[in-house]
Design a protein around this ligand. Structure first.
Ligand SMILES: Nc1ncnc2c1ncn2[C@@H]1O[C@H](COP(=O)(O)OP(=O)(O)OP(=O)(O)O)[C@@H](O)[C@H]1O
Ligand SMILES: CC(=O)N[C@H]1[C@@H]2OC[C@@H](O2)[C@@H](O)[C@@H]1O[C@H](C)C(=O)O
Length: 392
């Protein structure tokens, strides 16, 4: 393993878009703050045969045999994550033995934060991942927070705090994945966050349908840029109850999946470009409306996730969020796509040292918790000896 004072951890994220497996290898320095150094980031494709089952299982009731399908997908994802981790380790010129632990978010196939017994389900067999890599795995980061009465999401504010927090001004970190989530980092040290609603999910669903499955997303927002926003349709979309609900709140494909996409697709007398323009504007407006739930005025917005690559979306956000500056997180030293995977390496480190890694100020839980389930790898005994030296 890497020296105990500067351990290497690996974070794996596969998000609600179901299109890729992001892997970040980071180095922690006990003598520095909790901000790790990004050693290598790799974006690997989700195996094509897994994309359809992921989306099907994430849409309630679409699979006639959900338990069998889930069991199978769980194992297949475990293999896919292991393959991705081993590839990333190799690309970094490292050996599996150099990595102290892996934080694996898993694939969310259901998120039900409401009701008497809220639950959330991230699959991707940790035992398979430990078996194939020999490395200790931390997974299932959300359940403990839910058991403490929290939303179980978003979790990344814990990491954003160390990565982007500054006393120079109020910063908002906005992750635009399938769902968009926001983190408030006040100059006074305050932290909060919540899911704002749709990120790329609605746009991707519309694009997939209007190109008959050929394109999974609107490259750079080009189609949307050539369309006209349909105001009555936008108003209908913005009436979604989630948008006006007060935080703490979190959401998923259950609320912004196929039903919303169908509403856009079936709206009469507008072109495909208008549909895309309206879907994009829905994301922009729902983010802008979220500002009323923030405790102050941000000077700077740092954007991460795949949405940062959508020029049209970024342009629109820059307009509506002015005079605040809107920049990809790269401007603050971490590539937009790498933030989530790096965050799960940071959460895993905190699990292993027993520190809180889930903020009740974000999730609404009754207290901060140390979330994550540990699956010991072949390196477990060595890791146990090194852990005391990780504690700051
Ligand atoms: N060049 C591009 N132009 C437009 N959109 C893009 C581009 N590149 C990526 N995207 C969008 O980013 C999405 C993937 O984003 P990301 O990987 O952050 O999502 P995720 O991790 O699956 O989601 P989540 O954060 O909700 O868990 C794609 O589905 C697409 O919509
Ligand atoms: C249940 C779940 O997987 N939620 C994801 C999803 O994707 C974005 C948004 O919705 C966020 O709440 C969360 O992911 C990030 C990594 C988080 O927990 O911070």
């Amino acid at each position: 393993m890497s020296p105990a004072d500067t351990p290497l951890l690996l974070g794996i994220m596969s998000g609600t878009s179901g299109d890729g497996i992001d892997v970040a290898i980071v180095r922690f320095d006990r003598h520095a703050d909790n901000k790790p150094e990004l050693i290598r980031f790799s974006e690997l494709p989700m195996p094509a045969q897994l994309r359809e089952p992921i989306l099907r299982l994430a849409s309630p009731g679409e699979d006639a045999n959900e338990i069998d399908s889930m069991g199978l997908l769980d194992r297949q994802l475990g293999e896919a994550y292991a393959e991705a981790a081993l590839t990333a380790i190799k690309l970094a010129g490292l050996e599996p033995a150099d990595i102290a632990a892996i934080g694996c978010h898993g694939q969310t196939i259901r998120h039900r934060p409401e009701g008497e017994y809220p639950f959330t389900l991230q699959i991707g067999c940790a035992a398979t991942l430990a078996e194939r890599t020999g490395i200790t795995i931390v997974s299932d980061f959300r359940s403990r927070d839910m058991a403490a009465g929290g939303e179980g999401a978003p979790l990344v504010p814990f990491a954003h705090q160390s990565l982007f927090g500054t006393t120079d001004g109020n910063v908002v970190v906005l992750n635009i994945g399938g769902i968009a989530n926001i983190t408030w980092l006040g100059a006074d040290g305050s932290v909060t966050g919540f899911d704002t609603g749709p990120g790329n999910m609605v746009m991707d669903g519309v694009m997939l349908a209007i190109t008959a499955g050929r394109n999974h997303y609107d490259q750079n927002g080009e189609l949307a840029a050539g369309g006209i926003v349909c105001a009555p349709l936008l108003n209908k979309l913005m009436a979604h109850p989630y948008i006006s609900r007060k935080p703490p709140k979190s959401t998923g494909r259950e609320a912004f999946g196929d039903e919303i996409v169908q509403r856009i697709l079936t709206w009469p007398e507008i072109t495909d470009a208008d549909k895309m323009a309206t879907a994009c504007r829905f994301t922009v407006e729902s983010i802008a409306k979220s500002c009323r739930f923030l405790p102050g005025t941000p000077q700077r917005w740092l954007i991460c996730g795949g949405g940062a690559r959508n020029h049209h979306l970024m342009q629109q956000l820059t307009q509506v969020l002015a005079p605040a500056e809107v920049l990809p997180s790269d401007a603050a030293g971490i590539p937009a796509q790498a933030v989530e995977a790096a965050s799960f390496a940071m959460l895993a480190r905190a699990t292993l040292t027993g520190e809180y890694n889930t903020l009740s100020a974000v999730t609404g839980a009754s207290h901060d918790v140390c979330g994550g389930e540990i699956t010991p790898g072949d390196n477990w005994t060595t890791l146990l000896q090194e852990l005391p030296r990780w504690i700051r």
